[in-house]
Write a protein that binds this ligand. Structure first.
Ligand code: IMP
Ligand code: MG
Length: 179
């Protein structure tokens, strides 16, 4: 049913698992001996964050934030609002922010300085996906899974109008679904 709404599959569950294993191994090496605090961004990055956690072999703390984003449309709006904050304090910790996809970059361009103001020991960004051709605000991604072209994709946490998040793969949504 949901799969029929996809024009094509871009990343299979196996692709995702392999990439996340690699990212987790890299992060485990880079943060060895340090206190790691993983902060996932709801709701899009929830699946990615939980899978990434299981690929990280060093001790860590976990929390989530939620920020306002697209609503039900497919293009980015103006302001970024903190809808749900962390429960734990970031001060003095090595924060690794986990996002599903960096698109225009406007969300991160506003969120990163806001979080830096909380004086973490370090703040790095981990994104499963990036659409560099869509960038409006420059964003430095410390750990990036894949760069993807300018196509609207869903699945593995990514939604269109709150649907398709539970697809175990990532695919391009058929145009007729959102036009
Ligand atoms: P940005 O501020 O434009 O970088 O917006 C990033 C956010 O837009 C991501 O966290 C996603 O929630 C959403 N987004 C961007 N591109 C896509 C897409 O192709 N499919 C689903 N959500 C997307
Ligand atoms: Mg998002």
């Amino acid at each position: 049913m949901m799969m029929e709404d996809l024009e094509k599959v871009v990343f299979t569950p196996e692709d995702l698992a392999q990439k996340i294993r690699d990212m987790g191994a890299q992060i485990s090496r880079d943060y060895a001996g340090k206190e790691l605090f993983v902060v996932g961004i709801l709701k899009g990055a929830s699946m990615f964050t939980m899978d990434l956690l299981r690929a990280i072999t060093i001790p860590l703390e976990l929390d989530f934030i939620a920020v306002s984003s697209y609503g039900s449309g497919v293009s980015s709006g103006g302001e970024v609002k903190m809808l749900k904050d962390t429960i734990l304090d970031m001060r003095g910790k090595n924060v690794l922010l986990c996002e599903d996809i960096i698109d225009s970059g406007t969300t991160m361009a506003k969120l990163l300085p806001m979080l830096k103001g909380r004086q973490p020991a370090s703040l790095k960004l981990c994104a499963l996906l990036s659409k560099p051709s869509r960038r409006v605000a420059p964003v430095e991604i410390d750990y990036c899974g894949w760069e993807v072209p300018d196509e609207f994709i869903v699945g593995y946490g990514l939604d269109y109008a709150e649907k398709y998040r539970n697809l175990p793969c990532i695919g391009v949504l058929k145009r007729e679904i959102y036009t």
